[in-house]
Ligand binder design. Structure first.
Ligand SMILES: NC(=O)c1ccc[n+]([C@@H]2O[C@H](COP(=O)([O-])OP(=O)(O)OC[C@H]3O[C@@H](n4cnc5c(N)ncnc54)[C@H](OP(=O)(O)O)[C@@H]3O)[C@@H](O)[C@H]2O)c1
Length: 318
């Protein structure tokens, strides 16, 4: 089967489409014929090997495993022993191993049926960004959140986070560029701040929580705009240098006097993909795919993700 791989770390020129072995249906897993697969910043990190700290896990000099991709939607073509929830022919979405390929193996408990009315591309866009949007508010514990600000609101994670926060009763301020203002309003944002012309931290004490999926502003700036007892969730940043990347902000946050910050490390969870499927089915969550690329265009897709012109999500199709 064909798969997008890389054998060394680097920019998008290291990406290749090659023939690799098809996965087999092992106990507890199913094999999905991939119709579409999500493009996340995680794949850029896995491709570039940055922050370099992660190479302790992914391979010091070169990647231990050439394959990429985790979000998947497609058709079940193989069912492993012990799996009763799916049958050959089912349309599913969720998290897989090496999903930038014609076929991907996935743990059955990390898959859900594609809800009616949701396309395979829309479903493939959801898992990783959806987990992150769903899990971010949970880091706030018992904090009563009436007002929330979300940076990166027009991107993959942000577009899901805006919808979930708004539908669950918070007053949402979306922080994004002017080109995405209409998009985030349609998703349910009550206010929109264009960070290029207005400093979103210039007011004082107006947000119970800030979900930061952009990392564009110094930590100390957020202190003044968060209500006493409120929290900054460090959800994403592409700054921080080659070694530490986003961990740089997390390490510095405790040193920022007067700021309560928590770091989000989203994870794949069976209950959460079920909740995301339910949210898609009920209309609580809408998945917007603004750009689709083929496997042969994977380099363009990753460059486009980094360019951040897209509203919502980017997906790849075989
Ligand atoms: N914590 C976790 O476990 C976890 C999981 C998944 C992803 N992430 C991280 O979350 C971040 C977002 O991921 P994504 O997939 O949503 O990426 P994305 O689709 O590229 O979205 C990022 C968005 O941020 C916007 N942006 C850039 N600078 C900004 C600023 N200063 N203020 C507000 N918005 C700004 C960009 O567009 P505009 O400039 O046009 O507004 C873009 O829409 C990444 O850093 C990713 O690594 C973290």
């Amino acid at each position: 089967m064909r798969a997008v791989v890389r054998h060394e770390y680097g920019d998008t020129s290291v990406l290749r489409v090659e023939e690799i072995d098809e996965p087999e249906a092992e106990p507890g897993t199913v094999v999905v014929e991939v119709a579409a697969t999500g493009v996340n910043m995680a794949e850029w990190h896995m491709m570039s090997g940055e922050p370099t700290m992660m190479r302790l896990v992914t391979g010091l000099r070169r990647p231990k495993r050439p394959g990429l991709g985790q979000d998947v939607a497609g058709t079940v073509v193989g069912v492993g022993p012990g799996v009763e929830s799916f049958a050959v022919g089912d349309h599913v979405f969720g998290s897989a191993r090496v999903s930038w390929a014609n076929f991907a193996s996935a743990s059955a408990d990390l898959l859900q049926p594609v809800p009616p009315g949701v396309s395979l591309a829309q479903a493939a866009a959801v898992p990783m960004s959806g987990y992150t949007a769903l899990q971010a508010p949970r880091t706030l514990g018992t904090l009563a959140v009436k007002t929330i600000a979300i940076t990166g609101a027009g991107g993959g994670v942000g577009s899901y986070a805006v919808q979930l926060a708004a539908k669950r009763g918070a007053h949402v301020t979306a922080i994004c560029s002017a080109s995405k203002a209409t998009f985030v309003r349609d998703l349910g944002a009550h206010d929109v701040v264009n960070y290029a012309t207005t400093d979103p931290t210039s007011r004082s004490g107006c947000f119970d929580a800030v979900l930061d999926f952009a990392g564009g502003l110094p930590l100390s700036h957020w202190r003044r705009v968060i209500t006493p007892g409120g929290t900054l969730v460090l959800g994403g940043s592409e700054g921080g240098g080659r070694v530490l990347g986003p961990m740089d902000r997390s390490l510095r946050a405790p040193l920022t006097r007067g700021l309560k910050a928590v770091t989000l490390m989203a994870s794949t969870r069976g209950e959460d993909i079920a909740e995301l499927a339910f949210a898609l089915a009920s209309g609580e969550l809408r998945s917007t795919v603004s750009q689709t690329y083929t496997f042969d265009q994977a380099a363009e897709a990753v460059d486009a993700l980094r360019g951040a012109v897209h509203a919502g999500k980017i997906v790849l199709t075989p």
